[in-house]
Write a new protein. Structure first.
Ligand SMILES: [Zn+2]
Length: 178
């Protein structure tokens, strides 16, 4: 079996990939930026086997990227939120979204500076305000329809601030508008 470390590599990229380089891991981090917090919501949006999701979430908690908290809405369950260290992955994630959109497939969501509504440039900066907004100041907006019908995908059809919780699974969740 292939290990997930690169002991022989004296390189910061190797250290980063030991945290986010496994299959699914960066998509889980992406969903955490979108505001997904609950196991069932990650699962519904990612179509990921339960065991793999549980292992990846546990690994991200162990690595300090996510923190696990009791879910006030569901006794015995947890919610997962990005730590400050995890939120530091936003520029890298945004850069990969830009690359994928340019060379592979246009992203379904665009990213705007919440304060002024300007689209972020390829470096994640607001060209109007000349700042690089923190993720909580970034607004996502759909630019095309997706076929996905899961509760997270439906919630993301409306403008949505990064890191703002999506309560697709909770009874206190809003009904997504189509
Ligand atoms: Zn702006």
């Amino acid at each position: 079996m292939l290990g997930n470390t690169y002991e022989g590599q004296d390189c910061a990229l190797a250290r980063a990939l030991e945290v986010i380089g496994e299959r699914w891991t960066l998509l889980i981090v992406r969903d955490a930026f979108y505001g997904v917090e609950r196991f069932n919501d990650f699962r519904a949006h990612l179509d990921i086997p339960r065991a793999v999701l549980a292992e990846r979430l546990g690994g991200l908690v162990d690595d300090g990227v996510l923190e696990r908290q009791p879910d006030p809405g569901h006794a015995g369950r947890h919610r997962y939120r990005l730590t400050p260290e995890g939120q530091d992955l936003w520029p890298a994630l945004h850069a990969l979204l830009v690359w994928g959109g340019r060379h592979r497939q246009l992203n379904a969501l665009s990213f705007k500076h919440a304060e002024c509504g300007s689209a972020l440039d390829d470096n994640g900066a607001c060209p109007a305000c000349k700042v690089v907004p923190a993720p909580q100041d970034v607004l996502t907006e759909p630019v095309r329809r997706t076929e996905r019908q899961d509760p997270v995908a439906l919630a993301l059809r409306r403008p949505h601030r990064l890191l703002e919780a999506i309560s697709a699974d909770g009874e206190d969740g809003e009904t997504p508008r189509l």
